[in-house]
Design a protein around this ligand. Structure first.
Ligand code: SF4
Length: 563
């Protein structure tokens, strides 16, 4: 459908486009943003220049200023701050940091946070194009404007940029290219092995080297993303507790008693479990910062998520919906998911079960994975998953070293709704926490967590989150349960049994959440990329790689398997 009212291109995006076309489309069309040290510092510096204002400054005349004319030694220059201009004919919009008017000479001044680069023409092309776009806007509003200024705050230097024919032509041609790329609905390819990516704040989202590696092989990717997050979920589960905002803190109260606090900048999401509330100020602040508020039942069932506007990457969701309607593609993705899950189950049993696990069991799971690889229908695939799962849980008790957990699980096997023994109670809770984590990860990258490819859509079921967590059930949920029991972090007194159902106590849940968070923060060497990442980071990378697959950038989506 043609866009009858195409959006105006911000001059800032033209700068990004000249730097890297993919960067501009990720930011402008897909709505991606990720702060890094450079963007934060830039925002701080810009906060002062973004304040509207007007003043007249006296500047010392130089001999080049109209020599011979009978002029006073100091010339007044009008300065207008934060000027927003747009022009539908040009298709451009800009907020100009400063416009200087010196008699009949008008110049846009654009502030850059760094030092002046010592390059031919005084500045890099993206910045020159950006200030030229601002000049074109001034011209289109009737101001004579034949040059602009780049002010480098880091070295307190001004560089004059003449708007010669060459620069004007380049600016207009880049503007056309950007509009075309934005309208094409295709993400431009990543730069290849470019030093620009090292400084790019969107590298963890763009995954330039990983995309290239999965598409064309070649040298392993550079690690352009941080190994771990520095933010964590804040879980609140004390019945009747309220979360309040106090300056830059979230503070948890039970009536007037303070239970704890956490800096907002260290919170990745607020998880409210059961009868817990938060004040309006908390909602407003977290929504402003794009941090979700997750509502769970006291037992960990997902009741809802409060977050801001949906992710701007509509194109990705369209591809997700198209793929979900394509049975052959769904089967392909489902095979990768099941094979990875069975592989990780086999590895967990083999690594931790020792001699107690018969080789026939390990081989049986391997065969189930091989058969899953060839499954021709989703039903057959489910059959192979079930066969492997029965072998896995049939020997799961061998991983447990503590009584009475092991004996009771041995008798009961895997059961749920309600869980009838402590291990099953823990597994159910662990899977709930894992699916919650995947729901928020899907939303972060712009996927719809409720429409999957393997799990059929069902009202209220986060099918895609369930798909994506399959490979991680053994290595993030089951392994946490095993470790929490074997290390004595969780004991028999951490459970309550009511009418045949076994669940964690509040204290038990608190202890288990600690173990679960430790597991997600644990760094592992990524088996394909070869660098270290926390499991939580791995989740985000996986979800982004699925997005790349759906958008046709990489040929497969194969979830992580451990060796
Ligand atoms: S990481 Fe590299 S390829 Fe990706 S947007 Fe940034 S500069 Fe462009």
């Amino acid at each position: 459908m043609p866009d009858l009212d195409p959006p105006l291109v911000p001059a800032r995006m033209l700068n990004e486009f000249v730097y890297c076309p993919r960067l501009a489309i990720l930011e402008w069309v897909d709505g991606e943003f990720a702060p890094n040290a450079d963007t934060v510092e830039g925002a701080v510096r810009h906060a002062s220049v973004d304040r509207p204002g007007y003043r007249v400054r006296l500047r010392q005349r130089t001999p080049s200023d109209d020599p011979g004319a009978d002029q006073p030694a100091r010339a007044p220059i009008e300065q207008i701050r934060s000027v927003e201009l747009s022009d539908a004919g040009l298709g451009l919009i800009a907020k100009i940091d400063l416009v200087e008017i010196d008699r009949d000479r008008v110049q846009p001044v654009d502030t850059k946070k760094g030092k002046r680069p010592h390059v031919e023409r005084g500045a890099y092309e993206p910045e020159r194009v950006q200030v030229c776009a601002q000049g074109l806007l001034l011209r289109s509003h009737g101001y004579p404007c034949d040059s602009g200024i780049l002010y480098f705050a880091g070295s307190n230097e001004r560089v004059e940029v003449p708007f010669d024919d060459e620069l004007v032509a380049l600016t207009r041609s880049k503007l056309g290219e950007l509009r075309e790329a934005a309208g094409a609905g295709v993400l431009p390819p990543p730069l290849v092995d470019s030093p620009k990516c090292v400084r790019c704040s969107l590298a963890p989202i763009c995954l330039p080297d990983e995309t290239r590696f999965l598409r064309d092989a070649g040298s392993p990717p550079r690690q352009l993303l941080p190994a771990a997050d520095h933010t964590f979920p804040l879980y609140v589960q004390q019945p009747g507790a309220t979360v309040r905002k106090d300056g830059d803190l979230l503070v948890v109260f039970d009536k007037d008693e303070k239970l704890g606090e956490m800096r907002i900048r260290e919170v990745s999401q607020l998880v409210l479990m059961g009868r817990v509330s938060a004040t309006e100020a908390v909602y407003r602040e977290l929504l402003r910062l794009g941090k979700p508020i997750v509502h769970l039942s006291s037992g960990g069932w997902l009741a809802g998520v409060t977050d801001g506007l949906p992710h701007a990457n509509v194109r990705l969701r369209q591809e997700q919906y198209r793929t979900a309607d394509d049975a052959a593609k769904c089967l392909r993705i489902a095979r990768w998911i099941v094979v990875s899950k069975l592989t990780n189950q086999r590895v967990l049993l083999r690594r931790n079960g020792g001699d107690e696990i018969p080789e026939s069991t390990i081989e049986g799971i391997r065969h189930a994975a091989q058969a899953a690889q060839r499954a021709e229908t989703i039903d057959t695939l489910r059959g192979h998953e079930g066969n492997g799962g029965r072998l896995y849980f049939g020997h799961f008790a061998a991983l447990l070293r503590q009584s009475p957990f092991r004996e009771r699980f041995d008798l009961e096997g895997r059961n749920r709704r309600p869980p009838r023994d402590p291990v099953n109670g823990l597994l159910s809770f662990a899977y709930s926490m894992l699916s919650r984590e995947w729901v928020t990860t899907c939303r972060t990258v712009g996927l719809d967590p409720f429409l999957g490819f393997y799990h059929a859509p069902r009202y209220g079921r986060p099918s895609l989150a369930l798909d994506l967590m399959e490979a991680f059930r053994p290595i993030c949920a089951d392994s946490t349960v095993v470790r929490a029991i074997n290390n004595g972090e969780i004991g028999p007194t951490d459970f309550v049994e009511r009418m045949g159902s076994v669940n964690l106590t509040d204290g038990g849940r608190r202890k288990f959440l600690r173990s679960f968070e430790q597991r997600l923060a644990q760094e592992v060497v990524h088996p394909v990329f070869g660098y270290r990442l926390s499991y939580r980071r791995v989740f985000e990378v996986e979800a982004r790689l699925l997005s790349r697959y759906l958008l046709g950038e990489i040929p497969t989506y194969e979830p992580m398997t451990t060796r």
